[in-house]
Ligand binder design. Structure first.
Ligand code: PMM
Length: 281
């Protein structure tokens, strides 16, 4: 897939490094809220081996309050402008659910839209369709305010596959080319720990959707539920999930700890390659 100036080709895995420009994100809230700190962090992630960076100006943690588009733009756009003015060449993804934010970020030099609501806002769908950029459609239900109460499934994997299929059809109907869509099961979004674990264990079933997959297990609460580890101490659990994703053929991983995830991903990809049946000679 062509993302900005880069062609991400082959099975990957490719790493999306997370830069949250928010005062209240659940894993790294407040650390990179000043534009200079976010710029430095994005550069550091590039040096660690990120293939692209994901900038988010609005926290999506459970219970987070929505913020106005103007405030989100104020947080995100200066970071993109400074990165591009400073010669940052990696693709930049903007993590937003609002059309106005996507338009401003793309105009400032972003290349991809990452939407945790899978284009449920028609204005964002129009912005993505008009700009002809790649888009991540992530599965969730409801809003951060009520998503925990909506984590109710009979078969979480089948329901996520069905609901992502609906999201993909809705995006196409809005004029987004299917070839530009990346799908994400939304680990931790309207999911209890057992739901996130089931999705990670049955990622192969998401292949039925026929699009590249992105998964964001990094530091999420299912790791805390399984291990008791606080959010700042979930790297080992994150790496186990990264390896599981790579073994299942996931193309893109959204992670905070790029260097560590890169090492885990390389080893898992080598094992995956060794496990693949030999082709015809
Ligand atoms: N997780 C978070 C934010 N944005 N986007 C996608 N596509 N997938 C995710 O799993 C995802 C996301 C929340 O994590 P953070 O607050 O630690 O960034």
């Amino acid at each position: 897939m062509q993302i900005g100036a880069r062609l991400l080709e082959g099975p990957g895995p490719f790493l999306m490094g997370v830069v949250n420009v928010t005062p209240d994100s659940f894993s790294d809230g407040g650390r990179f809220a000043a534009p200079e700190a976010a710029v430095a962090h994005a550069r550091a992630l590039a040096i660690e081996g990120a293939d692209l960076v994901d900038l988010g100006g609005e926290s999506t943690r459970p219970g987070a309050p929505p913020i106005p588009a103007a405030e989100e733009i104020r947080r995100v756009v200066p970071v993109i402008e400074r990165l591009r003015a400073g010669g940052f060449t990696l693709p930049i993804s903007v993590d937003t659910s609002k059309g106005a934010v996507a338009r401003a970020a793309l105009a400032a030099g972003a290349d991809l839209v990452n939407d945790v609501t899978a284009l449920s806002d028609p204005d964002l769908a129009a912005a993505v369709a008009g700009a002809r950029v790649p888009v991540v459609l992530m599965h969730t239900r409801g809003t951060p305010a009520d998503m925990a109460a909506r984590a109710d499934y009979r078969d979480v994997v089948a329901e996520v596959v069905a609901e992502l299929g609906v999201a993909l059809a809705r995006a196409e109907a809005a004029g987004v080319a299917r070839e530009r869509v990346i799908l994400d099961p939304g680990i931790g979004f309207a999911k209890r720990a057992e739901h996130s674990v089931a999705l990670l264990g049955r990622l192969g079933e998401l292949r039925a959707l026929g699009r590249p997959l992105l998964v964001g297990p990094s530091r999420k609460s299912f790791i805390g539920a399984l291990t008791g580890a606080p959010v700042e101490d979930r790297l080992p659990g994150t790496l186990a999930a990264v390896a599981a994703c790579v073994l299942a053929g996931v193309e893109l991983l959204r992670v905070h700890d790029v260097a560590a995830a890169g090492q885990a991903a390389l080893v898992a990809a080598a094992i995956r390659g060794a496990a693949a049946p030999a082709g015809p000679r």
